[in-house]
Design a protein around this ligand. Sequence first.
Ligand code: CUP
Length: 147
Amino acid sequence: MGDFDMVLKFWGPVEADYSAHGGMVLTRLFTENPETQQLFPKFVGIAQSELAGNAAVSAHGATVLKKLGELLKAKGNHAAILQPLANSHATKHKIPIKNFKLIAEVIGKVMAEKAGLDTAGQQALRNIMATIIADIDATYKELGFSE
Ligand code: CUP
């Protein structure tokens, strides 16, 4: 089985509740890497204790996981999906590439705990995210946004 199917096998629980899982992903990202919370103006000032119950945090978490779902289902044929995303994250949101690595790690942990993503699935997700991040980075470099 290819990497995409090894992760998609565990996507059901995530897809069944994007907001809950997305909220967990961002809450954990912001708790473990507090500097990442400062990247998004709308999240600055939310206390750590309020993250888990915050509707805006869950809503953006749902957006992130929906986007990842689209990317997984595209099975590598993702240029048309990734290009606008890389563009907006470089020029509008100004999200340094390092943060994609951090969120990728957190998604792996949350999927292991909440969706049963097994060891092989975790490795498959790492491989996929490495490719996605390399593609985003290539666009970042074209745009001259390398930090
Ligand atoms: O869209 C969006 O919002 C993005 C999504 C994704 C993820 C991963 C990969 C690819 C894509 N985002 Cu938001 C991102 C990010 C965040 O939120 C945070 C941090 C980092 C990154």
